[in-house]
Design a protein around this ligand. Sequence first.
Ligand SMILES: NC(=O)c1ccc[n+]([C@@H]2O[C@H](COP(=O)([O-])OP(=O)(O)OC[C@H]3O[C@@H](n4cnc5c(N)ncnc54)[C@H](OP(=O)(O)O)[C@@H]3O)[C@@H](O)[C@H]2O)c1
Length: 302
Amino acid sequence: MTAANTTQRPRLGFIGMGGMGSRMAGRLLAAGYDLTVYNRSRERTQSLAERGAKVAASPAELAEGVEIVLSSLADDAAVETVMMAPHGAIFAARAGTIFVDMSTVSPALSRRLHAAGRRNWVFVLDAPVSGTTSVAEQGELSIFVGGERAVYERCKPIFEAISKASLHMGPAGSGVMTKLCANTMLGLGMQALAEAVTLGTRGGLQRDGLLDALAGTAVVSPSQKSKLENVRNGVYPPAFPLQLMAKDFRLIQSAAADLAMAMPGTAAAAQVAANEADRQSALGHDEDFSSVVRAVEQMATA
Ligand SMILES: NC(=O)c1ccc[n+]([C@@H]2O[C@H](COP(=O)([O-])OP(=O)(O)OC[C@H]3O[C@@H](n4cnc5c(N)ncnc54)[C@H](OP(=O)(O)O)[C@@H]3O)[C@@H](O)[C@H]2O)c1
């Protein structure tokens, strides 16, 4: 990269150095961006600082000094606190700053964030991602974007550094609505796999043989296929933690309630995920969302 194109690039800030944010931030650093990071617990910024990132002491300090603020935070409460509390990032930013929130949150919060941005002369995109931490590390995420198209176009070079595809889906909230649709498929798909495996083994099939047979069919999706080894070994290391899937089911059900529509299959899968997430939480465990397969198998033998 030449000095000339370094100066043309916007200075970036990234709030939230969790599993996803730290990997996206790492790719932006590797792509040569001038990057400032912030995380509530400061120790999670250390490895980025070692690779050249500056570390801000607060979301407001970060937002004051950059042109584009990206964020990847746990949930609605985290985004609300970081962005819209009295000393939140949106109120500290200079006019014209662009906010790109990549968290999976409710469409309602996304739309409020856009409205607050507009009142403070800043632009907001909702830009949640599809793909796990390893996918983020490889820069292969898919990004669904809501907000003004012209603002999306300005952010495209950044999206290209962290994703294989970014799609502009429509006005404020459209990105997170798309993400909730994708995760409806993800969560229900895993519940379907759980019930199919349980049916087969209860029906007398040999478990490994059944998994091999399913893997060879077109009805098992690439995402389900990637979890068959977890199911085979009965070990569920967290790539997409069940706690996050349970949170996304709550967002999906809340969006459906706002639209006065029934999602009976989703309601059943959400209940299984919530019960298993609570059980794991009580034990201090944090397993992948595919652990619902074990939960359904255990329900059948209880
Ligand atoms: N993991 C995945 O596979 C995946 C895939 C697609 C989308 N997502 C979505 O991406 C987002 C981030 O996920 P993740 O896996 O990176 O989660 P994570 O590792 O748990 O990180 C969560 C981040 O949010 C911060 N945070 C939580 N509560 C906060 C609060 N009240 N105030 C300020 N900061 C707060 C955490 O700070 P601390 O470090 O201080 O706790 C951390 O930086 C979530 O919305 C998730 O649904 C995740």
